[in-house]
Write a protein that binds this ligand. Structure first.
Ligand code: SF4
Ligand code: SF4
Ligand code: SF4
Length: 358
Protein backbone atom coordinates (compact mmCIF):
# COMPACT_ATOMS: atom_id res chain seq x y z
CA UNK A 1 0.00 0.00 0.00
CA UNK A 2 1.26 3.46 -0.72
CA UNK A 3 2.01 4.90 2.70
CA UNK A 4 2.54 8.50 1.62
CA UNK A 5 -1.21 8.74 1.07
CA UNK A 6 -3.13 9.80 4.09
CA UNK A 7 -6.76 10.55 4.21
CA UNK A 8 -7.40 14.13 5.11
CA UNK A 9 -8.65 14.66 8.60
CA UNK A 10 -11.72 16.71 9.13
CA UNK A 11 -10.59 19.93 7.53
CA UNK A 12 -13.78 21.67 6.65
CA UNK A 13 -16.19 23.13 9.13
CA UNK A 14 -19.38 21.18 8.71
CA UNK A 15 -21.51 22.91 6.07
CA UNK A 16 -24.66 21.69 7.82
CA UNK A 17 -25.21 25.20 9.06
CA UNK A 18 -25.48 26.68 5.61
CA UNK A 19 -28.50 28.70 4.77
CA UNK A 20 -29.81 28.54 1.22
CA UNK A 21 -30.83 31.87 -0.27
CA UNK A 22 -32.36 33.00 -3.55
CA UNK A 23 -31.19 36.09 -5.40
CA UNK A 24 -34.18 36.86 -7.61
CA UNK A 25 -32.19 39.35 -9.64
CA UNK A 26 -30.15 36.44 -11.00
CA UNK A 27 -33.10 34.16 -11.71
CA UNK A 28 -33.86 33.76 -15.41
CA UNK A 29 -37.58 33.92 -14.63
CA UNK A 30 -37.30 37.71 -14.62
CA UNK A 31 -37.65 37.24 -18.38
CA UNK A 32 -41.28 36.29 -18.92
CA UNK A 33 -40.46 33.89 -21.74
CA UNK A 34 -37.88 31.87 -19.73
CA UNK A 35 -38.86 28.22 -19.39
CA UNK A 36 -36.20 27.48 -16.76
CA UNK A 37 -37.56 25.35 -13.94
CA UNK A 38 -34.45 23.36 -13.03
CA UNK A 39 -34.50 24.28 -9.34
CA UNK A 40 -38.22 23.51 -9.03
CA UNK A 41 -37.71 20.08 -10.60
CA UNK A 42 -34.76 19.11 -8.42
CA UNK A 43 -36.00 20.27 -5.00
CA UNK A 44 -36.96 17.16 -3.00
CA UNK A 45 -38.91 19.16 -0.42
CA UNK A 46 -41.24 21.14 -2.71
CA UNK A 47 -39.69 24.30 -1.25
CA UNK A 48 -39.48 25.86 -4.72
CA UNK A 49 -42.69 26.69 -6.56
CA UNK A 50 -43.37 28.47 -9.81
CA UNK A 51 -46.30 30.89 -9.78
CA UNK A 52 -47.03 33.36 -12.57
CA UNK A 53 -43.70 32.39 -14.06
CA UNK A 54 -41.91 33.49 -10.87
CA UNK A 55 -39.89 31.39 -8.43
CA UNK A 56 -41.35 31.27 -4.93
CA UNK A 57 -38.91 29.93 -2.36
CA UNK A 58 -40.30 28.74 1.02
CA UNK A 59 -37.41 28.87 3.45
CA UNK A 60 -39.47 27.09 6.12
CA UNK A 61 -39.68 23.97 3.92
CA UNK A 62 -36.03 24.09 2.86
CA UNK A 63 -33.67 21.57 4.48
CA UNK A 64 -30.53 23.19 3.02
CA UNK A 65 -29.73 20.03 1.07
CA UNK A 66 -28.21 22.28 -1.60
CA UNK A 67 -29.43 20.40 -4.70
CA UNK A 68 -30.70 23.67 -6.15
CA UNK A 69 -27.23 25.19 -5.69
CA UNK A 70 -25.62 22.69 -8.01
CA UNK A 71 -28.20 22.92 -10.81
CA UNK A 72 -29.11 26.61 -11.16
CA UNK A 73 -27.18 27.80 -14.26
CA UNK A 74 -27.04 31.38 -13.04
CA UNK A 75 -26.23 30.69 -9.38
CA UNK A 76 -29.45 32.45 -8.36
CA UNK A 77 -29.53 30.00 -5.45
CA UNK A 78 -26.52 30.38 -3.22
CA UNK A 79 -25.41 29.38 0.26
CA UNK A 80 -24.49 31.45 3.27
CA UNK A 81 -21.65 31.02 3.99
CA UNK A 82 -20.46 30.21 0.51
CA UNK A 83 -19.51 26.60 -0.32
CA UNK A 84 -16.49 27.87 -2.17
CA UNK A 85 -15.09 29.51 0.95
CA UNK A 86 -16.12 26.65 3.18
CA UNK A 87 -14.57 23.94 1.11
CA UNK A 88 -11.80 25.26 -0.98
CA UNK A 89 -9.93 27.51 1.38
CA UNK A 90 -9.40 24.72 3.87
CA UNK A 91 -8.28 21.75 1.84
CA UNK A 92 -4.98 20.09 2.47
CA UNK A 93 -2.93 19.88 -0.68
CA UNK A 94 -0.89 16.88 0.50
CA UNK A 95 -3.74 14.45 0.89
CA UNK A 96 -6.61 12.73 -0.77
CA UNK A 97 -9.79 14.34 0.44
CA UNK A 98 -13.03 12.57 1.17
CA UNK A 99 -16.50 14.10 1.22
CA UNK A 100 -19.62 12.49 2.58
CA UNK A 101 -23.03 13.59 3.85
CA UNK A 102 -24.23 14.19 7.40
CA UNK A 103 -25.81 10.73 7.53
CA UNK A 104 -22.57 8.97 6.65
CA UNK A 105 -20.89 6.80 9.26
CA UNK A 106 -17.51 7.76 7.86
CA UNK A 107 -16.07 9.92 10.62
CA UNK A 108 -12.90 11.08 8.86
CA UNK A 109 -14.60 12.71 5.90
CA UNK A 110 -15.72 16.27 5.34
CA UNK A 111 -19.47 16.41 5.75
CA UNK A 112 -22.05 18.10 3.55
CA UNK A 113 -25.80 18.07 3.84
CA UNK A 114 -25.93 16.26 0.50
CA UNK A 115 -23.13 15.34 -1.92
CA UNK A 116 -25.39 16.37 -4.81
CA UNK A 117 -24.94 20.00 -3.73
CA UNK A 118 -21.39 19.96 -5.12
CA UNK A 119 -21.20 21.16 -8.67
CA UNK A 120 -18.55 20.18 -11.19
CA UNK A 121 -16.42 23.28 -10.52
CA UNK A 122 -16.15 22.49 -6.81
CA UNK A 123 -15.31 18.85 -7.58
CA UNK A 124 -12.66 19.82 -10.13
CA UNK A 125 -11.13 22.40 -7.83
CA UNK A 126 -11.00 20.02 -4.91
CA UNK A 127 -9.36 17.29 -6.97
CA UNK A 128 -6.81 19.72 -8.41
CA UNK A 129 -6.02 21.29 -5.09
CA UNK A 130 -5.52 17.97 -3.30
CA UNK A 131 -4.29 14.55 -4.33
CA UNK A 132 -7.74 13.49 -5.44
CA UNK A 133 -11.24 13.23 -4.09
CA UNK A 134 -13.39 10.36 -2.87
CA UNK A 135 -17.13 10.82 -2.44
CA UNK A 136 -18.46 8.36 0.11
CA UNK A 137 -22.01 7.32 -0.62
CA UNK A 138 -22.51 4.83 2.23
CA UNK A 139 -25.85 6.34 3.25
CA UNK A 140 -27.27 7.33 -0.13
CA UNK A 141 -29.31 4.20 -0.72
CA UNK A 142 -31.25 4.69 2.51
CA UNK A 143 -31.79 8.42 1.96
CA UNK A 144 -35.15 9.92 0.91
CA UNK A 145 -33.31 12.10 -1.59
CA UNK A 146 -31.59 9.21 -3.38
CA UNK A 147 -33.71 9.34 -6.57
CA UNK A 148 -32.80 12.95 -7.15
CA UNK A 149 -29.38 13.02 -5.54
CA UNK A 150 -27.64 9.90 -6.88
CA UNK A 151 -28.11 10.63 -10.61
CA UNK A 152 -26.93 14.18 -9.96
CA UNK A 153 -23.82 13.00 -8.09
CA UNK A 154 -22.97 10.57 -10.91
CA UNK A 155 -23.54 13.19 -13.59
CA UNK A 156 -21.39 15.83 -11.88
CA UNK A 157 -18.58 13.39 -11.12
CA UNK A 158 -18.52 12.11 -14.72
CA UNK A 159 -18.34 15.64 -16.11
CA UNK A 160 -15.67 16.64 -13.60
CA UNK A 161 -13.53 13.57 -14.39
CA UNK A 162 -13.90 14.13 -18.14
CA UNK A 163 -12.74 17.67 -17.58
CA UNK A 164 -9.74 16.61 -15.49
CA UNK A 165 -8.76 14.14 -18.18
CA UNK A 166 -8.81 16.62 -21.05
CA UNK A 167 -6.62 19.11 -19.19
CA UNK A 168 -4.11 16.32 -18.64
CA UNK A 169 -4.55 16.09 -14.90
CA UNK A 170 -4.07 12.68 -13.35
CA UNK A 171 -6.22 13.57 -10.38
CA UNK A 172 -9.44 11.64 -10.16
CA UNK A 173 -12.76 11.79 -8.35
CA UNK A 174 -14.10 8.43 -7.25
CA UNK A 175 -17.42 7.41 -5.78
CA UNK A 176 -17.22 4.74 -3.13
CA UNK A 177 -19.60 3.27 -0.56
CA UNK A 178 -16.80 3.00 1.95
CA UNK A 179 -13.58 4.79 2.73
CA UNK A 180 -11.44 1.72 3.04
CA UNK A 181 -7.93 2.26 1.76
CA UNK A 182 -7.26 -1.47 1.51
CA UNK A 183 -10.28 -1.99 -0.68
CA UNK A 184 -10.08 1.34 -2.43
CA UNK A 185 -6.55 0.91 -3.62
CA UNK A 186 -5.49 3.89 -5.56
CA UNK A 187 -5.95 3.77 -9.26
CA UNK A 188 -2.95 4.28 -11.48
CA UNK A 189 -4.11 7.83 -12.16
CA UNK A 190 -4.29 8.66 -8.44
CA UNK A 191 -0.94 7.07 -7.76
CA UNK A 192 0.76 8.98 -10.57
CA UNK A 193 -0.83 12.18 -9.31
CA UNK A 194 0.60 11.56 -5.89
CA UNK A 195 4.16 10.96 -6.95
CA UNK A 196 4.36 13.34 -9.85
CA UNK A 197 5.79 16.63 -8.66
CA UNK A 198 5.42 18.45 -11.93
CA UNK A 199 1.64 18.26 -11.78
CA UNK A 200 1.40 20.69 -8.92
CA UNK A 201 0.88 23.57 -11.30
CA UNK A 202 -2.25 22.17 -12.94
CA UNK A 203 -5.01 24.61 -12.36
CA UNK A 204 -3.66 25.58 -8.96
CA UNK A 205 -3.44 29.27 -9.62
CA UNK A 206 -6.91 29.31 -11.11
CA UNK A 207 -8.36 29.18 -7.62
CA UNK A 208 -7.37 32.61 -6.53
CA UNK A 209 -7.39 34.49 -9.82
CA UNK A 210 -10.79 34.10 -11.33
CA UNK A 211 -11.04 37.63 -12.55
CA UNK A 212 -13.03 38.22 -15.69
CA UNK A 213 -14.25 41.41 -17.23
CA UNK A 214 -17.71 39.94 -17.58
CA UNK A 215 -18.93 39.68 -14.01
CA UNK A 216 -22.27 38.18 -14.99
CA UNK A 217 -20.61 34.81 -15.51
CA UNK A 218 -21.18 32.55 -12.53
CA UNK A 219 -18.28 31.81 -10.22
CA UNK A 220 -18.31 28.11 -11.16
CA UNK A 221 -18.08 28.85 -14.86
CA UNK A 222 -15.29 31.37 -14.32
CA UNK A 223 -13.30 28.74 -12.47
CA UNK A 224 -13.61 26.14 -15.25
CA UNK A 225 -13.00 28.80 -17.87
CA UNK A 226 -9.81 30.03 -16.23
CA UNK A 227 -8.47 26.48 -15.88
CA UNK A 228 -9.07 25.77 -19.59
CA UNK A 229 -7.51 29.08 -20.59
CA UNK A 230 -4.46 28.47 -18.47
CA UNK A 231 -3.82 24.82 -19.20
CA UNK A 232 -3.31 23.15 -22.52
CA UNK A 233 -5.98 20.75 -23.64
CA UNK A 234 -3.98 17.56 -23.63
CA UNK A 235 -6.35 15.19 -25.31
CA UNK A 236 -8.67 15.66 -28.25
CA UNK A 237 -10.90 12.88 -27.03
CA UNK A 238 -14.64 13.10 -27.81
CA UNK A 239 -16.18 13.18 -24.37
CA UNK A 240 -19.04 14.90 -22.59
CA UNK A 241 -17.75 18.02 -20.89
CA UNK A 242 -19.23 20.55 -18.44
CA UNK A 243 -19.56 23.04 -21.31
CA UNK A 244 -22.20 23.70 -23.95
CA UNK A 245 -22.42 24.12 -27.67
CA UNK A 246 -25.06 26.40 -29.17
CA UNK A 247 -25.90 25.88 -32.86
CA UNK A 248 -28.19 27.66 -35.30
CA UNK A 249 -30.57 26.38 -37.95
CA UNK A 250 -31.30 28.08 -41.24
CA UNK A 251 -34.35 29.94 -39.89
CA UNK A 252 -32.20 32.47 -38.03
CA UNK A 253 -32.73 35.97 -39.50
CA UNK A 254 -30.08 37.60 -37.29
CA UNK A 255 -32.62 39.56 -35.24
CA UNK A 256 -30.03 39.30 -32.40
CA UNK A 257 -32.59 38.88 -29.59
CA UNK A 258 -30.49 35.98 -28.30
CA UNK A 259 -27.23 37.90 -28.07
CA UNK A 260 -28.98 40.93 -26.55
CA UNK A 261 -30.31 38.76 -23.74
CA UNK A 262 -27.50 36.27 -23.21
CA UNK A 263 -26.55 36.95 -19.56
CA UNK A 264 -22.93 35.83 -19.86
CA UNK A 265 -21.90 37.37 -23.18
CA UNK A 266 -21.37 33.89 -24.65
CA UNK A 267 -23.48 34.95 -27.62
CA UNK A 268 -22.58 38.31 -29.06
CA UNK A 269 -22.84 40.24 -32.30
CA UNK A 270 -20.09 41.98 -34.18
CA UNK A 271 -19.87 44.02 -37.37
CA UNK A 272 -16.68 43.48 -39.28
CA UNK A 273 -15.88 44.21 -42.92
CA UNK A 274 -19.51 45.10 -43.72
CA UNK A 275 -20.70 41.81 -42.27
CA UNK A 276 -22.88 41.29 -39.24
CA UNK A 277 -21.78 38.21 -37.31
CA UNK A 278 -23.41 36.26 -34.52
CA UNK A 279 -20.63 34.72 -32.49
CA UNK A 280 -20.44 32.20 -29.67
CA UNK A 281 -17.80 31.58 -27.00
CA UNK A 282 -18.13 28.12 -25.50
CA UNK A 283 -16.24 28.89 -22.31
CA UNK A 284 -18.70 31.59 -21.27
CA UNK A 285 -21.94 29.68 -21.88
CA UNK A 286 -23.71 28.46 -18.71
CA UNK A 287 -26.26 26.37 -20.60
CA UNK A 288 -29.07 28.53 -19.20
CA UNK A 289 -31.09 28.25 -22.48
CA UNK A 290 -32.35 31.83 -22.24
CA UNK A 291 -31.31 32.32 -25.88
CA UNK A 292 -33.45 29.35 -26.95
CA UNK A 293 -36.44 30.68 -25.04
CA UNK A 294 -35.93 34.19 -26.45
CA UNK A 295 -35.57 33.28 -30.13
CA UNK A 296 -38.83 34.09 -32.01
CA UNK A 297 -37.93 31.64 -34.79
CA UNK A 298 -36.83 28.69 -32.65
CA UNK A 299 -33.51 28.79 -34.51
CA UNK A 300 -31.19 27.74 -31.68
CA UNK A 301 -30.18 24.40 -30.28
CA UNK A 302 -27.98 23.58 -27.32
CA UNK A 303 -26.15 20.42 -26.36
CA UNK A 304 -23.34 19.37 -24.06
CA UNK A 305 -19.99 19.95 -25.65
CA UNK A 306 -18.20 16.78 -26.67
CA UNK A 307 -15.66 18.14 -29.12
CA UNK A 308 -12.63 19.32 -27.16
CA UNK A 309 -11.26 21.05 -30.25
CA UNK A 310 -14.10 23.59 -29.98
CA UNK A 311 -13.43 24.48 -26.34
CA UNK A 312 -11.31 27.54 -26.79
CA UNK A 313 -12.86 28.60 -30.09
CA UNK A 314 -14.84 31.73 -30.67
CA UNK A 315 -17.26 30.53 -33.33
CA UNK A 316 -19.13 32.45 -36.01
CA UNK A 317 -22.65 30.99 -35.97
CA UNK A 318 -23.95 33.17 -38.79
CA UNK A 319 -22.87 36.13 -40.83
CA UNK A 320 -24.69 38.35 -43.28
CA UNK A 321 -23.75 41.35 -45.35
CA UNK A 322 -24.99 44.63 -43.93
CA UNK A 323 -25.77 47.88 -45.73
CA UNK A 324 -25.06 51.37 -44.52
CA UNK A 325 -27.07 54.60 -44.75
CA UNK A 326 -26.10 56.46 -47.93
CA UNK A 327 -26.31 59.73 -46.02
CA UNK A 328 -24.74 59.18 -42.53
CA UNK A 329 -23.06 55.78 -42.96
CA UNK A 330 -24.89 54.16 -40.02
CA UNK A 331 -25.81 50.46 -40.25
CA UNK A 332 -29.28 49.92 -41.69
CA UNK A 333 -31.87 47.72 -40.03
CA UNK A 334 -34.13 45.28 -41.91
CA UNK A 335 -36.85 47.94 -42.21
CA UNK A 336 -34.59 50.60 -43.71
CA UNK A 337 -33.45 50.88 -47.31
CA UNK A 338 -30.57 53.06 -48.57
CA UNK A 339 -31.21 55.77 -45.95
CA UNK A 340 -31.70 55.30 -42.19
CA UNK A 341 -34.94 56.45 -40.53
CA UNK A 342 -33.40 59.46 -38.81
CA UNK A 343 -31.87 60.71 -42.08
CA UNK A 344 -35.23 60.16 -43.78
CA UNK A 345 -36.95 62.21 -41.03
CA UNK A 346 -34.33 64.95 -41.27
CA UNK A 347 -34.83 65.08 -45.05
CA UNK A 348 -38.63 65.33 -44.69
CA UNK A 349 -38.29 68.05 -42.00
CA UNK A 350 -35.90 70.08 -44.18
CA UNK A 351 -38.12 69.85 -47.25
CA UNK A 352 -41.16 70.93 -45.12
CA UNK A 353 -39.24 73.99 -43.89
CA UNK A 354 -38.15 74.78 -47.44
CA UNK A 355 -41.73 74.53 -48.71
CA UNK A 356 -42.86 76.97 -45.95
CA UNK A 357 -40.50 79.63 -47.26
CA UNK A 358 -41.01 78.88 -50.92
S1 SF4 B 1 -32.82 27.25 -11.83
FE1 SF4 B 1 -32.08 29.30 -11.29
S2 SF4 B 1 -32.51 30.58 -13.10
FE2 SF4 B 1 -33.73 28.68 -13.29
S3 SF4 B 1 -35.73 29.20 -12.41
FE3 SF4 B 1 -34.51 28.30 -10.75
S4 SF4 B 1 -33.53 30.08 -9.74
FE4 SF4 B 1 -34.28 30.77 -11.72
S1 SF4 C 1 -31.70 23.47 -0.45
FE1 SF4 C 1 -32.79 21.57 -0.95
S2 SF4 C 1 -34.75 21.72 0.16
FE2 SF4 C 1 -33.86 23.78 0.09
S3 SF4 C 1 -34.77 24.74 -1.74
FE3 SF4 C 1 -32.80 23.87 -2.37
S4 SF4 C 1 -33.30 21.85 -3.15
FE4 SF4 C 1 -35.07 22.51 -1.93
S1 SF4 D 1 -25.50 31.31 -25.13
FE1 SF4 D 1 -27.62 30.85 -24.50
S2 SF4 D 1 -27.43 29.15 -23.09
FE2 SF4 D 1 -25.39 30.06 -23.25
S3 SF4 D 1 -25.29 31.57 -21.57
FE3 SF4 D 1 -26.01 32.67 -23.39
S4 SF4 D 1 -28.26 32.62 -23.24
FE4 SF4 D 1 -27.47 31.03 -21.82
Amino acid sequence: MIDIIKIAEKLVETPADIQVELDNSKCLKQFKFSKCSTCHQVCPEKAIKIENNKILFSKDKCTSCGLCLSVCPNEAFYSKPSFFNLVLDKLDSDKITSFSCQKSKQKESNKFNCLASLNEAILVQTALKTHGLILITDSCNKCNYKNKALPLINEKVTLANNFLEIIGSRKEITISEKLDMQKNKLSRRQFMATVSKNLAHVGASAFSSNKDKNNTISKSRLILKSIVEKDKIQTKKQTELPFFQVTLNKDCDLCLKCSELCPTGALFSQVKKEHLRLRFQTLKCSGCKLCLDACPRASLNIASLTNTALLKRNLILKKSKVSRCSSCGRLLTDKEQNTCLSCQKKKTFNSNIESLFA
